[in-house]
Design a protein around this ligand. Sequence first.
Ligand code: NAD
Ligand code: TYD
Length: 353
Amino acid sequence: MTILVTGGAGFIGSNFVLDWLAENNEAVINVDKLTYAGNLQNLEGVMASNRHVFARVDIGDGAAIADLLTTHRPRAILNFAAESHVDRSIHGPAAFIETNVVGTFRLLEAARKYWSELEETERQQFRFLHVSTDEVYGSLSATDEPFRETNRYEPNSPYSASKASSDHLVRAYHHTYGLPVLTTNCSNNYGPYHFPEKLIPLCIHNALAGKPLPIYGDGQQIRDWLYVKDHCSAIRRVLEQGRLGETYNVGGWNEKANLDVVKTLCAILDELSPRKDGASYSSQITFVKDRPGHDRRYAIDARKIEQELGWKPAETFESGIRKTVEWYLSHQEWVSNVTSGAYQSWVGQQYGA
Ligand code: NAD
Ligand code: TYD
């Protein structure tokens, strides 16, 4: 048995592939275009495994995806591949439309053809699981109830609008063609292999480098943080037990204001790797210009996945954030390869420009 994962060299995808191979006997076909966010160093431990096949392919390349499907005959496709950074989507939305909308469409087309030609039993068992975000629901006020699966889609950034589009396409392929789809909408993840342009790894890196810790606006924007390994276990649960055509919100019940997240990071760093001058890393906190259209609050109501599928996160924010800081402290070489761009020259050598 085999599954096909897209975006498996990115932050969440690589955590998923590593956990999958550690916990299952089933092989993984890992399809990733290796954009700036894809890093094969994340997969160092499994690149030699005969249960891991890596293919540098764009999800929008229908012919290449079709080849992979007919060669490896996976029982499921899990779509993690996306352009994922809100700030980048503000500066250059085109890539988000290309991958998140057109790419998902092409992947769905390839999946539909492959699935429709499977034998009856395989057809029944096949799944297309689409990994999405809570950002499709827009922004909450301080008193609004957390997002439920029935909330209206109100995306506010080019990123969230492109993810919302992809969710709609996935839904339509179920209703129109019967493709056996599942969608997960998850809150902000953190943990190992998180690219250091996102808040948590950026602040750990900047703190240790003696640089400012940039807080957008007043730092009172709220995110609902989930440890990445918990997200991966939720996806495995939905894949095996989710009801076809359903969406599941995945969250950690951990609403935190950005400023509090950064202060927590600073306190853990003060303890584990104190500054030579004895000052707290929190003295590096610097308020900077806010992000345009910055969503004020995200919060997930994760009762459906808990009640229907019995899934709950294993980590609290306190345990997960400590593990994350420890991971970054013990993987400084990974961080410097990413921040120096060395991981990309390796890709260049391996694959050409
Ligand atoms: P990421 O940016 O770290 O990784 C994305 C991966 O997709 C990279 O390896 C990249 O090379 C690959 N990719 C990009 N375009 C591609 C294409 N056209 N074809 C093939 N591969 C391509 O993102 P992430 O944080 O790991 O997010 C994974 C998924 O989870 C995304 O769909 C994202 O929307 C969703 N999500 C992320 C979060 C979060 O907090 N990071 C929260 C909820 C949902
Ligand atoms: P980010 O990690 O980019 O995730 P998202 O925008 O998808 O939620 O940002 C998390 C929060 O942190 C978001 O409210 C923006 C804020 N932020 C900062 O305050 N400073 C920063 O340097 C970054 C990257 C983000």
